[in-house]
Design a protein around this ligand. Structure first.
Ligand code: PMP
Length: 432
């Protein structure tokens, strides 16, 4: 029996004892708790990972939607195949050639409701209670949530500026195997990682796939940011080294628009069969309207030109953030992302990003505390800053505001060695 109260410990629920055991593992993410604060215009949000969509050709897109309904409405508004619409799967095979995945069979692709659904399906198919999922240290909060909901135990593998450290992966596997643990897959975001902003180097890619092949550990390669590199074309996907050992996830959320809610999984054939069955059980079929609209967008528009203009915009924002960090926060360390949306900041020792957050919000700036990206409470001395949404000027102002809070905290730590505790009820009020 569980005590009466939800897992966040703040509300009585008469149905509490009726939930499945796993439902007690669902948690509101730290990012979600921030959403209401972040949407206030006076707050500079360096917290969320929302793409900037202002440059999309909205009027033309509106015409496309109009024409789709007018000419193909009965198909676009109908149920579709559980695996996803074949013409779009063919286009996705084309898109993956940018990641050096050549000749992918559209029949091995399953279209999902964003790559988030693909993460959920993989968790559904592979995780029994107590199974181990290996993940980078730190890792994407939304994937950790999926794995937690299935009662997995996520074990983090150390990274450096070149991504996962192969020796650390080998040692972690050996240690867990010696403990008799069941390892299900390695979850990795090789390009412009969320939250750390680092990219797995080209040299390490075949080494990581080689280790996993040898140890018979499946790789779940999550690549929503891969096309958003600032300096160069994408490195070869892990899938290109080990087609039978990798489930590759793509998404149009960052290269076009997250509101499409369209992603895909390219999987070894047997896993692809199970993914289709699990997806049909969950959603029957992905959105036909969305798939047809997206397919048309890929044909009628210069979608790669759009990607290039996104790169340019995000690079400018990355530069603004790097410059502002250098100017205002010299006591911190941070990663220099070569693409994507995020940098990972290490605070001076003794500072705690989570307890500092209410003070930052009072200074009208928001970020995500590092603890959100670990399974085990690590990360208090880190924060994720995203540079995707605010303009360069706002980024600069946000970092300036943040620096006033960080510097004041550091002064206190330097003086007293310890920070005064925020009282939790006022913290709750800040978060709402
Ligand atoms: N994986 C990673 C690493 C992400 O950052 C995100 C979104 N922030 C997703 C998956 C999910 O994206 P979507 O469902 O929009 O494709």
């Amino acid at each position: 029996m569980h005590p009466h109260g939800d897992t966040n410990g703040n509300r009585l629920d008469p149905w509490f004892d009726a939930y499945a055991e796993r439902a007690h593992n669902l948690r509101a993410s730290e990012i979600r708790a921030l959403f209401s604060v972040v949407s206030r215009p006076e707050v500079v949000s360096l917290a969320g990972g929302m793409p900037n969509l202002q440059d999309l050709p909205l009027e033309r897109l509106a015409d496309s939607a109009h024409n789709l309904i007018l000419h193909h409405g009965t198909q676009a508004l109908q149920y579709g195949s559980g695996q996803g619409w074949e013409p779009l799967r063919e286009q996705m095979a084309e898109i993956m050639t940018y990641d050096h995945i050549i000749g992918a069979d559209p029949d091995d692709i399953v279209i999902t409701t964003g790559s988030q659904q693909a993460l959920d399906l993989m968790a559904e198919l592979f995780i029994d209670t107590g199974d181990v999922v290996l993940a980078e240290s730190p890792s994407y909060v939304g994937a950790l949530g999926c794995f937690r909901a299935r009662q997995a135990d996520v074990v983090h593998v150390e990274m450096d500026d070149d991504g996962i450290i192969p020796e650390a992966l080998e040692q972690t596997i050996a240690r867990l195997r010696a403990q008799g643990r069941t390892l299900k897959f390695l979850y990795t975001i090789p390009n412009f990682q969320n939250p750390a902003g680092v990219t797995l180097s080209e040299e390490r890619r075949p080494i990581i796939t080689g280790i996993c092949e040898r140890e018979h550990i499946l790789i779940l390669e999550d690549n929503p940011y891969g096309l958003l590199g600032f300096n160069s074309d994408p490195l070869p996907a892990l899938r290109s080294y080990a087609p039978e050992g990798v489930v590759y996830l793509g998404s149009v959320s960052k290269m076009f628009a997250p509101g499409m809610r369209i992603g895909w999984a390219l999987a070894p054939h047997a896993i692809r069969d199970k993914l289709i069955l699990a997806s049909e059980a969950a959603i029957l079929s992905p959105t036909m309207f969305g798939q047809m609209f997206l397919s048309q967008y890929l044909v009628d528009y210069d979608w790669y030109g759009q990607v290039k203009s996104f790169r340019h915009m995000y690079k400018e924002r990355r530069d603004a953030m790097m410059d502002a960090l250098t100017e205002y926060m010299p006591d911190c360390h941070w990663t220099r992302p070569a693409g994507g949306f995020y940098t990972w900041v290490t605070l001076p020792s003794g500072l705690d990003a989570k307890s500092m957050l209410p003070r930052a919000v009072r200074a009208q700036v928001a970020y995500v505390p590092g603890t959100a990206f670990y399974y085990d409470g690590q990360g208090a001395d880190h924060m994720r800053l995203s540079f995707c949404y605010p303009t360069p000027e706002r980024i600069r102002e946000g970092v300036r505001r943040l620096s006033t809070v960080v510097n004041a905290e550091k002064e206190l730590v330097d003086m007293f060695g310890i920070l005064p505790e925020e009282n939790t009820s006022s913290r709750g009020a800040e978060m709402r």
